[in-house]
Design a protein around this ligand. Sequence first.
Ligand SMILES: Cc1cc2nc3c(=O)[nH]c(=O)nc-3n(C[C@H](O)[C@H](O)[C@H](O)COP(=O)(O)OP(=O)(O)OC[C@H]3O[C@@H](n4cnc5c(N)ncnc54)[C@H](O)[C@@H]3O)c2cc1C
Length: 297
Amino acid sequence: MTLNAHPALPEFEYIRPASLAEASHFLSLHPDTARPFLGGTDVFVRMRDGFLAPEFLVDVKNLDGTNQLRFDSESGLTIGAAVSMNQVAASPDVQAHYPLLAEACRSVASYQLRTRATIVGNICNASPAGDTIGACLVFDCVLHIHGVNGFCEEPLSSFFKGPGRTILKPGDIVTAIHLPPPPKDCAGKYMKLGRNQLSDLSIVGVAALGYKEPACTSGYRFRLALASVAPVPLMVSEVETYLANNTITPDALHEAARLAMEACSPIDDVRGSARYRKQMVRNLSLKALAEVWKKLG
Ligand SMILES: Cc1cc2nc3c(=O)[nH]c(=O)nc-3n(C[C@H](O)[C@H](O)[C@H](O)COP(=O)(O)OP(=O)(O)OC[C@H]3O[C@@H](n4cnc5c(N)ncnc54)[C@H](O)[C@@H]3O)c2cc1C
């Protein structure tokens, strides 16, 4: 079926495969002209704006369990690719065990948009500004990928190659994300600075997670991930190392926030200058780490 659904959209053919195998096969046969899509909230906007003109859009929703969300305390959380951000944020399991992920989902655009938008789409779009990516990174997310040779797994930490670029090959479809069981009694915070409260990408995003860790000199481990301040979503290992090895005090949190600022390499763009972003990384990192520390009691 050929569609020209919106006057400003280029024509494309809508493909609805019956299985993952069929979808991967089709995508591998048309590496330059076919694209998978889920909610379409990135794809259609980029097509409308002339950045993409795929001949085929391959609908990978509703394939082989991609619309399921499952949690158990032994194995953790699996979120199918087609599960919307609203479904994730409303899940009692996510709210109970990964509230940071629910908070990150709720920071994206508007309720209406989140009924379509997915975490997997947010990740595969590979924008450094993706709001849900930091929360996935601090929980050590792994991607389940179906390709022409079957399934494989890839840590999210090695998925991104640059703005809009990932390790995915033609025919590869991310079918789910998996988060291991959360560290016991962990606390998290997502802080987003946008130009307005609704429907804007982040100027800076900070996802922080903390928990007790007897193996660390400080007795705690903190993990920090940043959005919109580097070519790819950024885990700041310097913060983790520093706070693992130094007693947690207000001064130590200030130093950790300074390390986060030093680690990032933002650019100037319409949403903010590089200099402003760096300052905001320090401010928001401090706030997020202090809030996590307070929650840890
Ligand atoms: C008005 C508006 C406001 C927005 N605000 C925000 C915001 O505040 N924060 C934010 O982070 N984002 C925002 N976005 C961007 C977008 O909504 C998110 O990135 C969303 O998570 C994308 O999910 P999706 O399911 O719609 O992805 P899609 O548009 O379907 O796909 C996104 C990309 O991933 C690829 N892809 C999709 N599925 C797969 C798969 N299974 N395997 C491999 N590749 C795949 C597609 O080819 C495409 O390149 C906004 C967008 C709009 C239009």
